[in-house]
Design a protein around this ligand. Structure first.
Ligand SMILES: CC(C)[C@H](C(=O)O)[C@@H](O)C(=O)O
Ligand code: SF4
Length: 468
């Protein structure tokens, strides 16, 4: 038998029962809930007469439906207030921990789990949300679940899963200036397609991944689902341990030492093999911008908008033409210089402190162009406080950005914060689907630095040309 990958090890350590046919019953170490899925799941187990099996392993916070208005209350978005009150009552009844508005621990579930030390290397982590793959950046097996699975986890702390196949993507080399983790992962999705990861657990590896700070690794893993993969993961190392040490729920003292010693056994064996491998030459990647309605519809900022007529596959030709029509773009034209109306800096992809620092570095001393609405929505209460301690909010406000309260906000517009019909937005989020930011809204995905470049020039722009 060959060696084991990181994924194989974590999987094997969590099998409660082998159910045959490639499926297993897994123990779930952490269950994170948000305001959309949580209340329904908790009501469901109550209706079925079950109790929460391990309330100490369940954590909840409102993110999707709460307003991000600077002076928000829980009822600024009334539906959000209703969900939050349900979640509060259920948390009190069942003993699960809720991070409420204004508290440390409130924010987008995928920002909160890592920053609170709830998400740990080697753990199985689930949430009723497809971007749970984000937590894989810590070396965890983390994936989104559906509503019946959510009930199953609440009642049993286990889950039946089919074992995915193993893919490795190696990012080798050093990025050029202006190229961020967001650009690397968008580039990969552009190369291999939004369905390439379907049925796989993807391990990101290589010298460029090893060199990445932990928050950049979370950004990479966040878009695993946009590659079609339910989970993406990165082997833990000293960067991971330095990030986690001292976080509120991370192990302490002697337990910390034991945990690190164990985590050091997790990276894949040298002779482990993968079902599929890809390699990306990082030096060849430029800042990326999407042009269509799937994250795979992506080009380098200096490229021209692609021409559907040049696509070999007739289905692809049709999809491209429909995407360009929706986006209001002409094939063959430069994408640079396309006028924008909205800029959104936020989401579980790019709303952490390092993202806001990168955005502020470009915004400092500049002004948002006339006619552009530009928002910065920090990913969590902790991010908001740290950013304000550093004065980043002042940099953004001086430049003409709105500095808002933590949550998902305009990433999915579930709280009513929408890009208007046909308005064009540059967004640091992860999905540019039809209607994602509001009915008929046109979304271009990019890095935080590129989003600021668009805000201050009023058009899709190459951040490298702005100069220092
Ligand atoms: C609302 C939620 C279930 C959804 C998801 O699963 O990802 C959302 O977070 C999204 O990003 O589309
Ligand atoms: S920020 Fe966006 S992608 Fe992330 S969980 Fe919220 S809605 Fe989903």
């Amino acid at each position: 038998m060959g060696g084991q990958t990181l994924f194989d090890k974590i999987w094997a350590q969590h099998v409660v029962a082998d159910l045959g046919n490639g499926t297993a019953l897994l123990h779930i170490d952490r269950h994170i809930m948000h305001d959309l899925g949580g209340p329904r799941g908790l009501a469901d187990i109550e209706a079925k007469g079950y109790r929460v099996r391990n309330p100490e392993l369940v954590f909840a916070t409102p993110d999707h439906a709460v307003s991000s208005a600077p002076d928000r209350t829980e009822d600024t978005n009334p539906i959000g207030g209703k969900f939050l009150r349900e979640l509060r009552q259920q948390a009190a009844r069942t003993g699960i921990r809720l991070f409420d508005l204004g508290q440390e621990g409130q924010g987008i579930v995928h920002v909160v789990g890592p920053e609170m030390g709830i998400s740990l290397p080697g753990a199985t982590i689930v949430c009723g949300d497809s971007h749970t793959c984000t937590h894989g950046g810590l070396g965890a097996l983390a994936f989104g679940i559906g509503s019946s699975e959510l009930t199953h986890v609440l009642a049993t702390q286990t889950l039946v899963q089919r074992k995915p196949r193993r893919m490795r993507v190696r990012f080798e080399g050093a990025p050029q200036p202006g190229v961020t983790p967001k650009d690397l992962i968008l580039f990969l999705i552009g190369c291999i397609g939004a369905a390439a990861g379907t049925g796989f657990a993807v391990e990101y590896a290589g010298s460029a991944i090893r060199a990445l700070p932990l928050e950049g690794r979370l950004t990479i893993c966040n878009l695993s689902i946009e590659l079609g993969a339910k989970m993406g993961l990165i082997a833990p190392d000293d960067t991971t341990y330095a990030y986690l040490q001292g976080r509120p729920f991370a192990p302490r003292d002697a337990q910390w030492d034991r945990a690190v010693a164990f985590w050091r056994t997790l990276p894949g064996d040298a002779d482990a093999t993968f079902d599929v491998e890809h390699e990306i030459d990082v030096a060849a990647v430029a800042p990326q911008i999407t042009w269509g309605t799937s994250p795979q519809d992506v080009i380098a900022i200096g490229d021209r908008i692609p021409d559907p007529d040049k696509a070999a596959d007739p289905d692809r030709r049709k999809a491209m033409a429909a995407a360009l029509d929706y986006m209001g773009l002409q094939p063959g034209e430069a994408i640079e210089g396309t006028k924008v109306d909205w800029v959104f800096i936020g989401s579980c992809t790019n709303s952490r402190l390092s993202d806001l620092r990168a955005a502020a570095a470009v915004a400092r001393g500049r002004k948002v162009a006339a006619g552009v609405n530009a928002w910065v929505v920090p990913g969590s209460e902790i991010v908001r406080r740290e950013a304000e301690r550093e004065g980043l909010h002042t940099v953004f406000r001086d430049a003409g950005f709105e500095w808002r309260q933590p949550g998902c906000s305009m990433c999915v517009a579930a709280n009513g914060e929408q890009v208007p019909p046909k308005a064009r937005s540059v967004s640091t989020s992860n999905r540019n689907f039809v209607g994602r930011q509001g009915p008929l809204a046109r979304t271009h995905l990019a890095s935080p630095a590129m989003a600021v470049a668009a805000a201050v020039t009023g058009a899709i722009a190459d951040v490298r040309k702005l100069g220092a």
